[in-house]
Design a protein around this ligand. Structure first.
Ligand SMILES: N[C@@H](CCC(=O)N[C@@H](CS)C(=O)NCC(=O)O)C(=O)O
Length: 219
């Protein structure tokens, strides 16, 4: 099977898919779409992504979009190691944890939202950074409350990482990009430490991607 991932070094959603692929030990080729330079609107890629976003995942000639759907697809085609538990209540729990970042926190800080804040509402760079920090911290605070109510042991749902841990780690990636201090979120920080000790997580971090060196400082 051949797998291609249209992604970007800084993309949180692409980070999630890189981790899932690495945990599954599935080799893939990543093709960079520079979403900070507007390459998501180029004709070739716009035809591929109706939403003009990354990631787009291509398995043989089958395309899948939305990182959560891609991770679930990977679990379907290669069940081990499991990224979603088998039991219905546990599956719902890890999906709920995942969606705190995927559906609620992360969408508020994506480039098209930041651009719109500047172009339509006149927000300057400092105001946009402040907006992003606020919503990133809201996501971390929610995770902190959730992990306090149901402590990680040692991962969010037991012995091995699931999509929940991948998405919580993604929220930490956002914190890293905005240089946020995790001291106020000790349960999140402890879970993040466990995750990023694993090469699958560490190697997927934006700061480890080839595009980071040239892209550093770009928002
Ligand atoms: N919910 C989508 C998020 C897709 C998304 O917004 N991707 C961002 C990068 S993380 C993007 O391509 N943004 C382009 C833009 O905002 O213009 C997923 O999880 O795949």
């Amino acid at each position: 099977m051949t797998i291609q991932l249209y992604g970007f070094w800084r993309s949180n959603a692409a980070f999630r898919v890189r981790v899932a692929l690495a945990l599954k030990k599935l080799p893939f080729e990543e093709i960079e779409i520079d979403i900070l330079s507007g390459r998501q609107f180029d004709a070739g890629y716009a035809e591929m992504s109706a939403e003009h976003v990354v990631p787009t995942f291509v398995h043989d000639d089958h395309r899948i979009f939305q990182s959560l759907a891609i991770m679930e697809y990977l679990d379907d085609i290669q069940p081990e190691p499991r990224l979603l538990p088998v039991e219905a209540k546990d599956r719902a729990y890890v999906r709920s944890l995942a969606l705190v970042s995927v559906a609620d926190a992360h969408p508020l800080v994506v480039p098209r939202v930041r651009k719109h804040l500047g172009e339509v509402f006149g927000a300057d760079v400092a105001a946009i950074e402040s907006w992003c920090r606020h919503w990133a911290e809201e996501g971390l605070a929610t995770y902190e409350r959730l992990l306090t109510r149901r402590p990680a042991a040692p991962f969010a749902l037991g012995a091995t990482p699931t999509i929940a841990d991948i998405c919580i780690a993604g929220q930490i990636v956002t914190a890293d990009l905005y240089k946020l201090d995790l001291a106020a979120f000790p349960a999140v920080a402890a879970l993040g430490k466990r995750c990023f000790e694993l090469p699958a997580f560490a190697d997927a971090h934006p700061f480890r991607q080839p595009g980071y060196k040239t892209g550093e400082g770009r928002h």
